[in-house]
Design a protein around this ligand. Structure first.
Ligand code: AMP
Ligand code: MG
Length: 289
């Protein structure tokens, strides 16, 4: 059980083909058994070891985006334990770009399951020092790769239906994929939300409540601002979507440690490049129901 750095977030890694190890990952995270894990590969050809009926589009997307923060959902190969895929007949795969992650996967010689190394629903760690003590007591080793380049989870695209669709927005944008494949991507119907854990209403949340505000933070408020920080309880956020995403979780974590009554977040702009940031902020600010 090893925590590894990836370019998205830190992962709690184990052999994806080993049922017992995978069960342990679910246990450590407190993750519901029906939440499938992403299977990390060292190269695109390894898709054939874990998936069947791989469509041409998967090879095309792999050629363009791997190694990198794009996860593809394919039909599960018979050797992948159902525990890994949350009981589904599909499997999510990606080749991470982080050089340390890839070397570890290669050396392991097997596909690696690596969900974010946080307790279920919490903030994903994007730095080794953001790891929760509850996770640390249960792992054998932490590989410290410094801050994650993207800091938000991968884009998840489902290729098992007639029309490919995005299940979770991430670093690779919808627009980019649409222009590569030359047709619009589908949306996830609400009744299928449970099919994909990134789609829970509340997720990626600190323990203090998060509230989105369409105004500027006042001097005595705690939160994330685009202006100058007026106290140590405010974090100045970048105006570039990718740079914002890279520091979002660590900024929320930093404020959360002070146990404020609420963390206020100035709403980011609406542009398509902000889709993944908006998705995480909506989930972080959703009520626990
Ligand atoms: P995490 O590893 O915590 O970032 O979460 C894994 C993500 O992968 C979830 O948010 C799901 O959206 C997605 N995922 C993994 N496997 C599948 C699958 N077989 N079908 C649909 N989504 C999946
Ligand atoms: Mg996660």
């Amino acid at each position: 059980m090893v925590v590894i750095p990836t370019e998205t977030v830190y992962g709690l890694a184990c052999n994806a083909m080993d049922e017992d190890a995978v069960r342990r990952v679910f246990e450590i995270k407190g993750r519901p058994a029906e939440n499938p894990l992403i299977v990390h590969l060292s190269e695109a050809e390894q898709m054939e070891d874990v998936a069947v009926d791989i469509p041409d589009l998967a090879w095309k997307l792999a050629a363009r985006y791997w190694p990198g923060p794009l996860t593809m959902v394919l039909r599960r190969g018979p050797e992948v334990p159902k525990v890994t895929t949350g009981g589904l007949e599909t499997v999510a795969v990606r080749v991470p770009a982080h050089v340390v992650a890839r070397e570890i996967i290669e050396a392991a010689g097997c596909p690696i399951a690596a969900p974010s190394a946080n307790v279920f629903m919490g903030l994903s760690p994007t730095n080794a020092f953001d790891l929760d003590p509850e996770i640390l007591v249960d792992v054998d080793l932490v590989v410290d790769g410094g801050p994650c380049e993207y800091g938000l989870e991968s884009t998840v695209i489902d290729l098992t239906e007639e029309t490919p669709r995005i299940l979770r927005p991430g670093a690779v944008s919808r627009g980019e994929i649409q222009s590569l494949i030359g047709r619009p991507l589908g949306h996830m119907p609400p009744e299928e939300v449970r099919k994909s854990p990134g789609m829970y209403r509340r997720h990626y949340a600190p323990s203090s409540p998060v509230r989105l505000i369409d105004r500027v933070l006042q001097a005595d408020e705690v939160g994330l601002t685009f202006g100058a920080a007026q106290s140590e309880l405010q974090v100045k956020m970048p105006k570039d979507a990718r740079a914002y995403g890279a520091v979002l979780y660590s900024a929320l974590k930093q404020l959360d440690l002070r146990k404020p009554k609420a963390i206020l977040v100035e709403e980011p702009p609406d542009g398509v490049e902000w889709e993944a940031v908006w998705d995480r902020l909506r989930k972080a600010s959703a009520n626990l129901l």
